[in-house]
Design a protein around this ligand. Structure first.
Ligand SMILES: Cc1ncc(COP(=O)(O)O)c(C=O)c1O
Length: 455
């Protein structure tokens, strides 16, 4: 059969409240046009994030009942640890309540004024944690990764020449080399196994630890299987193991490719760094056998890790995004191609070329999409990345709108509804206007800032 269907049946449902356009106009005004501040009951299809919003399986809910809530030495931790080490063979697995907590612990140790951190593209919380320590975060993704129409199969790859010169230039001021798979901020684009290995080699040659931000490791491995020479006959699990084999550690959000609603971990090989991290963990998250989690969460993650590497699931997931991208592309809407692993990205700067980047075309698309169809998306552009630690503002590399797909949550007809909403938007796009920010915090402004529409 050619048709790729959702490889699951629905056993438990969550009703959606339908709203009207005029209700949504009021809701938008009430939240100062910041979609993060909407009540979720006022959203019809929630594509704000794929983080922690997926559906757990019957086996995960069953595993939750087997959770052991002992403060220390819980068997839930042992199940969690062995599920992680089965895929990512690091010596020290340190549970945290989510990915940014793993980052906060790592960078509270490594990120100090004068330090520099390269990555293909730092995710916003990664950058935030590095900058909070007074260090600098730099993005070295390949040029193809910044061109939304370039069909390079691995647009998340690190630019190896740039990494080489970066390490030569910054030397000892680089506490570690980071690589994000897939590259969320760059469009959910994958990194090839060849590139991962090359980054590891360069980092090693310069004596720098290599840490992978592995939030979407399974989606990345699926792309490797589909697109990289010699990988076609290998299992997803084997590819995953290879991806992490040459790394010195990882940060992880279990809210992504572990099918959990909460959780994360920091994994390390260096015992001294792991000791420092555990000391910090006890101070901020909890005892090392639970981190900031309940024992039942650790069991949900352990089970989720066995399900996320199933190829039928990954085929359905990646195909859903490709389907939406193909349809939007046919309608003349500029989309990031090829489709990303966890999300569809609209190139708002190209689509609304009448709105300059500093008037936030991505925010304009996101607000209009909510008003039209009750669909909540997320600006990934100048609102998110345009404000710098010194207080200046400049356009981000791209102004994208991300439609992040929660895992195992929406169906083909939801995808068709999204496509229809874009069809309606396409008819009025010339009338859309930009925004100005009237109030913002110092760091990570996109979560809480207030917008005002420009007339
Ligand atoms: C690439 C990447 N790194 C880190 C994080 C942070 O994870 P969490 O949301 O669990 O704190 C995210 C979350 O979206 C992410 O996409």
């Amino acid at each position: 059969m050619k048709t790729i269907i959702e490889p699951f049946r629905i056993k438990s449902i969550e009703p959606i409240t339908m709203t009207t356009r005029s209700q949504r106009q009021t809701f938008l005004q009430e939240v100062d046009y910041n979609l993060f501040k909407l009540h979720s009951k006022d959203v019809i299809i929630d594509l704000l994030t794929d983080s922690g919003t997926g559906a757990m399986s019957a086996k995960q809910w069953a595993a939750i009942m087997g959770g052991d809530e002992s403060y220390a030495g819980s068997p839930s931790f042992e199940r969690f640890q062995s599920a992680v080490q089965n895929l990512m063979p690091f010596d020290h697995i340190i549970p945290t309540h989510q990915g940014r907590a793993a980052e906060a612990i790592l960078f509270s140790i490594l990120a100090k004024p004068g330090k520099n951190f390269p990555n293909n593209t730092h995710f916003d919380t990664t950058r935030g944690n590095i900058e909070a320590g007074g260090a600098m975060a730099h993005d070295l993704v390949i040029d193809e990764g910044k061109d939304p129409t370039n069909l390079h199969p691995f647009k998340g790859n690190m630019n190896l020449q740039k990494l080489e010169s970066y390490l030569t230039e910054h030397g000892d001021s680089v506490p570690c080399v980071m690589l994000t798979i897939t590259n969320n901020a760059g469009g959910g684009q994958p990194v090839s196994l060849e590139n991962i290995r090359a980054v590891a080699k360069i980092a090693k040659a310069h004596g720098r630890p290599f840490i992978i931000d592995g939030c979407r490791f399974a989606e990345n491995a699926y792309f490797i299987k589909k697109r990289e020479d010699g990988q076609q006959n290998r299992s997803i699990s084997d590819i995953v193991r290879d991806c992490f084999a040459d790394a010195d550690g990882m940060t992880m959000s279990a809210k992504k490719d572990a099918f959990a609603n909460i959780g994360g971990w920091l994994a390390l090989n260096d015992p001294d760094l792991a000791d420092l991290a555990r000391a910090r963990l006890i101070q901020t998250e909890g005892f090392p056998t639970y981190g900031g989690l309940a024992g039942r969460d650790l069991d949900a993650i352990a089970q989720g890790l066995t399900e996320i590497v199933e190829e039928d699931y990954l085929a359905y997931r990646i195909r859903t995004n490709e389907y939406i991208v193909e349809r939007l592309d046919n309608m003349g809407i500029p989309v990031v191609k090829p489709a990303g692993g966890h999300a569809v990205f609209i190139d708002a700067r190209a689509w609304l070329s009448h709105i300059p980047p500093l008037q936030y075309p991505g925010q304009s698309v996101a607000a209009a999409l909510y008003e039209t169809g009750g669909i909540r998306s997320c600006e990934i552009g100048t609102v998110m990345f345009g404000r710098h630690p010194d207080g200046t503002e400049s356009p981000a590399a791209m102004d994208l709108v991300r439609l992040a797909m929660p895992r195992r949550t929406y169906t083909q007809s939801h995808a068709d509804y999204i496509i229809e909403a874009f069809g309606e938007l396409a008819e009025i796009k010339q009338d859309l206007r930009g925004f100005r920010i009237v109030k913002e915090p110092k760091l990570m402004r996109h979560f809480t800032c207030q917008f005002e529409p420009l007339s």
